[in-house]
Design a protein around this ligand. Sequence first.
Ligand SMILES: *[C@@H]1O[C@H](CO)[C@@H](O)[C@H](O)[C@H]1NC(C)=O
Ligand SMILES: *[C@@H]1O[C@H](CO)[C@@H](O)[C@H](O)[C@H]1NC(C)=O
Ligand SMILES: *[C@@H]1O[C@H](CO)[C@@H](O)[C@H](O)[C@H]1NC(C)=O
Ligand SMILES: *[C@@H]1O[C@H](CO)[C@@H](O)[C@H](O)[C@H]1NC(C)=O
Length: 403
Amino acid sequence: MLTLVSLASPRRLIASIFAIVLAVHYLFSLIYQDYARLSSWSHLRDQLITTHNQGNITNSTLGTPESNDPRYFENVTVPLSYKRRANATFVFLCRNNEINDVVTSVQQMEDRFNKRYNYPWVFLNEEPFTEEFKQRISVLTDAPVSFGLIPKEHWFQPEWINENRARAGRIQMMAQGIIYAVTVHREQQPAYRFRYRNMCRFNSGFFFKHELLQQYRYYWRPGVQYFCDLNYDPFVFMEENNKVYGFTISLVEWEPTIRTLWPTVKEFIAEHPEYVEEQNSMAFLSDNDGQTYNLCHYWSNFEIADMEFWRGEAYQKFFEYLESKGGFYYERWGDAPVHSIAVSLFARRDQIHFFRDIGYRHSPFQHCPSGSDWEVGRCACDPNDRFDYAPNSCLLKYESLFW
Ligand SMILES: *[C@@H]1O[C@H](CO)[C@@H](O)[C@H](O)[C@H]1NC(C)=O
Ligand SMILES: *[C@@H]1O[C@H](CO)[C@@H](O)[C@H](O)[C@H]1NC(C)=O
Ligand SMILES: *[C@@H]1O[C@H](CO)[C@@H](O)[C@H](O)[C@H]1NC(C)=O
Ligand SMILES: *[C@@H]1O[C@H](CO)[C@@H](O)[C@H](O)[C@H]1NC(C)=O
């Protein structure tokens, strides 16, 4: 290996040394939990990582003076160079009683990014939004805001699901102590009874079919908490670099929620090898070339992605296949592993992007940028408090796709 490396370019050599350093570091952090926190290596690593494996943020990424839709910028003061717009929107799936959390999230997104860009907001709910909800959102932004109702057939457990079997699955998971498997509270309120499962299925197969989203291509699922200013447009970045999926946190799934998901995926790709991209990232999903799933996935409560990918033939066929097995209800297949498996297999690995410059938290995990990203972003997080290389994180697997 060393001979090969020495023949390669200095960049490759440096990348390989990083790889070895990181691998050693990773082993140490697996063995000694406090190692990562204590070691000054992590600072060194931050420096190394910051310059390594990063999409180029070029002037063209920041945009050219012409705008797709100049109307949005009439009353917005942004530097001219930012004024190119992507075909994109925020999507927020939420309920009326979540208004306080939603307001916090929207306010942070507006202050840290969107007040300079004015991308539209789309809120979706299984019930009609109240006037109070709409009013409290509307004072937070000058961007276009719309509120949509989810069609029943995109939300509720389909008739053909065998409820006895689904209940047995829920009870089994409850016995295993799986969070969200079912709660007494939810069981007592039929409307919310299966909400988590409905939500996972909706996010997997239906949100991008909602009429309010038809006019858009890229979306950002904003999630919970933002720490940093974002001084460029990640939508334009996605568009110009032909990215399909962007994430901030990756981790391993609870196995009992997806017991038969991987065998189902294997059946699907055996039937449809034509959909599997040659430059795929199976190595992110599996440590033995696809025999078993290592449970790695991108955490989908934050997502910036291309809906044309979900609307495309490969994903549509894939979702139909998963849906036909009933695993969204018989088990608790999450949209995170479903999305992650699909982009890893049906998109090129260089179409998946780690937004290392976006500081994001969804309790209990967070990603805090480091180095100059942290400074420039005026980040309000502790740069040492990062899930990135914790034992259950899959970031190193993602990064090693590019070594
Ligand atoms: C970044 O820029 C360098 C130099 O211009 C180029 O060689 C490289 O391919 C670019 N990387 C990406 C991911 O666009
Ligand atoms: C980016 O734009 C600035 C100002 O217009 C210019 O000075 C700089 O050379 C440009 N950089 C690249 C990489 O084009
Ligand atoms: C911009 O502001 C002017 C004056 O307040 C207003 O008439 C116009 O409708 C605004 N444009 C947009 C796109 O909101
Ligand atoms: C934005 O994307 C959607 C979905 O791909 C497409 O239907 C629409 O025409 C696009 N809009 C513009 C302005 O390009």
